[in-house]
Design a protein. Structure first.
Length: 579
């Protein structure tokens, strides 16, 4: 295919067959050393046997003729399910009325692998013709040719003659390009049998191309001295299809301010209603009000770890050391990203004590300064209440201590012997934070068809945290990976270890000395999957029970997004769980 020297694509009807066969081989997954399928091999043998006939084709060297008084560019476009293309002819008329047609050039493309409708392929062919015409108008500018474009698709003509902003993005972009490039062009309709571009949209054999008047000279009526160009009707929109636009009315009403005391008959009732309203507003407040803080030190770098009390959401912040200044910097970074908490609970670490004392001293200072007395008093009232656990009582902070264990245990093992930069460590901690905040807490709803679980990510961003698609790098040696791929490998290894630990912790399998309660139909369960991608917990609903002879359920049918499967209950974990 590459050995055919044809820069102007005069042999495009033959070459397009090669392109179509090559695309078919590529779509079938054929390699360079694989055997070609019999049907494609038969087509190739037929074309190869007729290729020597191409040597008999003769092309006139002169485009114009003596005494030319009128010059026209006549372009045709067409498309099929396998290819689309365009061809342009030069039509000249001499002073004595002689009409001459010369093939200038053509252009072809195979249809995309992704399925595209035939009218859109026809539009792509029209755009291809527009690009050819734009080039030829600049090349033949001294001749001043008139431009005529033809297509056998009435849908494309309707698109081109209409306003581009009416159509969808795919159509609108191409129609706008055609209208901007060829504003002087005249678009007309041609019958499919008289369209020479049909030869390049389907392809023909070399023997047929040798004597093919439709390809070399265009349709027969193109050689007539006068051409009756069809007149097209203006594109109109049926009144019944007009877009309905309703007026919007905005009214501003001034509501008088009435005292709440005037709305009730007695003070006791006012106090009762006020208490209900305050309780309701307190319940409607968003999360992120109380935080627990702790620090872990897996290496020379430290991470400040924040845990939201109500939602169990986790925030990891990178620190250089365990000083008070580093702790305050981590708290400021946390407030900048998550908002100011009303309370912070922590253990009695010296750096945490120092940060608390420094914040308390600053709040007292701004509250007593004369210059900022009015503003400082308000800021002091909005300060953060820092509460410490009793000394030597780590069990008082069970929530965040469990988070420390969950993060530190596996982080130390996946990063053992690995040297990372600060930016790489920051990215790794952010991915680990996403892993910990993607764990399922409880079913999203009681609907049996709902397979979603509530996660800490819902409280942070309003939706589950989903990882970016990436290849599995766990089986590759460390030395072969660049630095950032090594970070991705560590993140995947952390997920693999952490997910197995979580499943193991919530799947307690002691000896059946005490009869456990059977699972029920409709329960949301977490499935144990060995090759689950990061941040992807496979969930399902129990749709059927299969009890044994003793009446105990050991096997169930689980309905997931991929279908229904039978699974033993030891491979399932019923939500809600506290992990």
């Amino acid at each position: 295919m590459a050995r055919l020297f044809d820069p102007l694509k005069w042999l495009a009807p033959v070459c397009i067959k090669f392109k179509i066969m090559f695309q078919d081989l590529w779509k079938n997954g054929q390699g360079w050393d694989d055997v070609v399928p019999p049907d494609i091999n038969a087509q190739w043998d037929q074309i190869k046997s007729e290729l020597p006939i191409i040597e008999d084709i003769r092309i006139p060297r002169s485009l114009s003729q003596p005494g030319c008084v009128q010059c026209e560019l006549q372009g045709f476009s067409d498309a099929s399910e396998v290819a689309y293309g365009a061809v342009v002819y030069l039509r000249t008329i001499s002073s004595n009325g002689t009409v001459q047609i010369r093939l200038i050039c053509s252009k072809t493309k195979v249809a995309p692998v992704k399925k595209v409708s035939l009218p859109r392929l026809e539009l792509c062919g029209a755009l291809l013709l527009t690009n050819l015409m734009e080039l030829l108008i600049k090349t033949l500018a001294q001749l001043g040719p008139k431009v005529y474009c033809w297509t056998d698709s009435t849908i494309v003509l309707h698109w081109i003659r209409g306003e581009s902003n009416r159509w969808q993005t795919f159509v609108a972009n191409r129609v706008s390009r055609i209208q901007d490039s060829l504003p002087i062009a005249h678009w007309h309709h041609v019958r499919g049998k008289e369209n020479p571009a049909d030869c390049i949209s389907r392809g023909i054999l070399p023997a047929e191309l040798l004597n093919h008047p439709l390809w070399w000279t265009g349709p027969s009526w193109l050689s007539q001295e006068t051409i009756e160009y069809p007149t097209h009707q203006e594109v109109t929109t049926h009144p019944g299809l007009l877009e309905a636009k309703y007026p919007k009315l905005t009214v501003a009403v001034a509501v008088p301010e009435n005292s709440i005391l005037s709305q009730f008959s007695c003070l006791k009732k006012v106090m009762k209603i006020t208490a209900i309203c305050r309780r309701f507003s307190q319940n409607c407040k968003g999360p992120k009000e109380k935080r627990n803080i702790d620090a872990i030190t897996p290496a020379d770098l430290e991470q400040a770890l924040f845990v939201h009390v109500n939602t169990h959401a986790i925030h990891l912040e990178l620190k250089e050391d365990m000083t008070t200044e580093a702790c305050l910097a981590a708290i400021r970074a946390f407030i900048g990203r998550r908002g100011k908490p009303s309370e912070i609970h922590s253990d009695c670490g010296t750096n945490l004590k120092g940060a608390s004392n420094e914040m308390k001293a600053f709040l007292e200072q701004i509250a007593t300064t004369e210059f900022t007395q009015s503003i400082g008093a308000n800021l002091a009232q909005q300060g953060i209440l820092w509460m410490f656990n009793p000394p030597h009582s780590p069990h008082f902070g069970g929530i965040w201590e469990a988070a420390v264990k969950s993060a530190k245990y596996h982080l130390r093992r996946v990063t053992d012997g690995t040297t990372l930069t600060r930016s790489q460590y920051h990215v790794l901690l952010a991915q680990i934070e996403g892993v910990l905040n993607s764990r399922p807490l409880c079913p999203m709803s009681s609907d049996p068809s709902d397979l979603q679980a509530l996660t800490p990510g819902h409280f942070l961003i309003g939706r589950p945290i989903i990882s970016f698609p990436e290849p599995d790098l766990q089986h590759l040696p460390d030395g072969r990976l660049p630095h950032w791929q090594r970070v991705q490998q560590l993140s995947q290894q952390f997920w693999n270890r952490w997910s197995k630990e979580v499943i193991g912790n919530i799947q307690k399998r002691p000896k059946w000395q005490i009869e456990e309660r059977n699972v029920t139909i409709g329960s949301l369960v977490l499935l144990k999957e060995d090759n689950a991608p990061p941040l992807k917990c496979k969930l399902g609903r129990i749709s059927a029970l299969h009890p044994g002879a003793d009446g105990l359920v050991r096997v169930v049918t689980v309905r997931t997004e991929a279908g229904e499967f039978k699974r033993p209950i030891v491979k399932l974990s019923v939500l809600p769980v506290d992990i």
